[in-house]
Every structure is written in C-alpha cells, then in structure tokens.
Design a protein around this ligand. Structure first.
Ligand code: SAM
Length: 299
C-alpha cells in the first residue's frame, strides 16, 4: 500500500496525503512541501511539511509521527516503564527507527545501553536527515547501538537480557505484523530480566479493539501482569491510544506515587506530557477499554 497523495480538484496547487489505516475513516494532511517520498527497503516512506502538524512521517499510508505531537507517544512509552522499574540499565527497542523512543530513554543516566532493532535502514537514514528534532542526538550517543534486522528474528536469536523492551512498531500490517504474534512476545519474555517490563504500541482501541485484545491474551499467558496504559495523541485519530504492558512483577505499576515523583525529580529530565501524576492515571481505563482488556485476559 502506498501513501495516498491527492491534488484537490478545487485547488490543483494543494497536495494532500491521506491516511489509509482504518476501514471507515480517511484523514488527510495538507502538504506544504514534500521532503521525501519513495519506496525504501520494506515500505513506502513519506516525510512532508504538514503545517500545523510540523513534519509528518508516514509509512505505507499510515501516520507514524508528526513533530507536533510525537513527544506524547515517546515520553509515555519510555518514562512510564523506566520510572516504574526504577533501575533500567539495558533497553531494547524494536522498530522506532525515527529515534524518538531512543532519545527519551537515553535521557535517563542509569540506562547503560540501548539497542534499537529496525527492519528498514531507510527509516533511520531519512529520519536522521529530515527529522533530527525527533532523535535529538540519540543516534550519536555512545550508549546507542543500531541493528538493522527484523525484530522477530533478533529476539529469537539473541542471548542478551534486557530490563525494558519497547516495541515501537508499525501497525500489524506488512513488516510490523510479526511484532504482534505470540511467538514474538514469547521471545521477548525469554530475554527479559526478572522484574523487567515489555511495552508495546497497541493502536487506538476505538478502532483496533481486536489488536489490543489479542496482545492482552498473549501477554496474560506469559506475564503475571498484563494490561495497557493510555495516551491521547492527536494524530492517532480515535481517542486514546493503548500502550501494552507486560511484566512478571505486578508491583511495578503500583509503586507509590511519592516514589515515582522522587525518581522523576532525581532523573532531572524535562517532559512536555509525562508527569508523575499522569503516570498513575494512565493505567485507569475507560470502561470500554477495560472490557477489551478483560476479554483478552479471559481467553
Ligand atoms: N509511532 C508509530 C506508530 O504509532 O505506528 C511507530 C513509529 S516507528 C517509525 C515504527 C517502525 O517499526 C518503523 O520504522 C518500521 O520500519 C519498524 N518496523 C516494522 N516492522 C518491523 C519489524 N518486523 N522489525 C523491526 N522493525 C520493524
């Protein structure tokens, strides 16, 4: 599937890119200037100036990030598990070739090594060139290591052990599909240190309930604690986005608020979305999302 670029009949000078993720919705961004639009190794990559949205990156017609709201997704996907855990040293990121998760995780001085496994070298290359404000130097951090490989194969083969695994994947279409399978999650569990945590990009439950239910079903068989937490990202249309959570330590998401606040203060990092108060609130699920999680746990 390629990105759907259209010139509007009313004004032939305007270019619009249309997201094609959901069956019953098409949302379009006005493109001020195309920065990159071509097939890379595994996917079709587009980066353009989207005006109010800043720069927009799409893969195979699906919005991956915009520089106007990427901080929400990247902060929540990293600071919640790192501050809940309290002693994350080894981080594995699967996907995430834009460098946003790496940038947030490497803000933590305790992180000794971050390995990013991205299937498509082009995502890294063109993100470095066109989106340096997302990775903010992470690719040059001495603790950063890049592996260009399918994340499914990496977790199946590696013997290294991680405190935190962040699955910053595309949606379960194309190369990202394997990152939502039972076998992939089982290998993540195998390479997770006791007391560690796996977090995942799990879509917008309003549109992608089945995807969340399936992850919870697989997680429930593997982890003592299987749930999701939430973030509202404007460009991921449909309300809250779900971030999957799996850990053999149910206590991780019940750490005292005062402890989280102290860890956050000690980390000395600046955020624009994450706060220690929001950390706990993010696990409070609206009824319809709680019902999806409950269904996944029952099966
Ligand atoms: N925030 C985004 C979202 O909500 O969809 C995710 C962005 S991130 C750029 C997703 C990355 O996952 C892409 O760069 C893509 O190339 C990578 N990816 C997809 N399938 C993969 C796989 N099997 N192994 C490793 N990386 C993969």
């Amino acid at each position: 599937m390629s990105s759907n670029k259209t010139a509007r009949p009313a004004d032939q000078t305007e270019t619009w890119y249309t997201e094609t993720l959901h069956a019953d919705l098409r949302s379009s961004y006005r493109c001020r200037k195309v920065l990159f639009d071509a097939r890379i190794d595994h996917q079709h990559l587009v980066i353009f100036d989207g005006g109010r949205f800043g720069k927009v990156m799409m893969l195979d017609g699906v919005t991956q990030l915009t520089t106007s709201d990427e901080f929400i997704y990247h902060e929540m996907l990293t600071h919640v598990p790192i501050l809940a855990h309290g002693d994350v040293r080894e981080v594995l990121v699967i996907g995430g070739g834009d460098g946003g998760v790496a940038a947030e995780a490497l803000k933590h001085r305790g992180v000794q090594r971050l390995t990013l496994v991205e299937i498509d070298a082009g995502v890294v290359d063109f993100s470095k060139a066109h989106l340096p404000e997302v990775s903010r130097g992470a690719f040059d951090d001495p603790r950063f290591e890049l592996v260009i490989q399918d994340g499914r194969d990496f977790v199946a083969d590696t013997d290294r052990i991680y405190d935190l695994i962040v699955v910053d994947s595309t949606d379960p279409i194309g190369p990202g599909e394997v990152l939502f399978t039972e076998g992939f999650y089982r290998d993540c569990r195998r390479i997770l240190r006791p007391g560690g945590v796996v977090v995942t990009q799990n879509g917008v439950p309003f549109f992608q309930a089945a995807e969340l239910e399936q992850t919870i079903r697989f997680f429930s068989a593997l982890f003592a604690d299987a749930t999701c937490f939430l973030a509202a990202v404007p460009t991921y249309t449909g309300g809250f986005m779900a971030l999957g959570w799996g850990s053999d330590d149910p206590g991780l998401r019940k750490v005292e608020p005062a402890v989280i606040a102290r860890r956050f203060a000690d980390a000395g990092i600046e955020t624009r979305y994450y706060t220690p108060e929001l950390h706990h609130a993010a696990f409070a699920l609206p009824k319809f999302i709680g019902d999806i999680v409950a269904r996944g746990r029952r099966r």
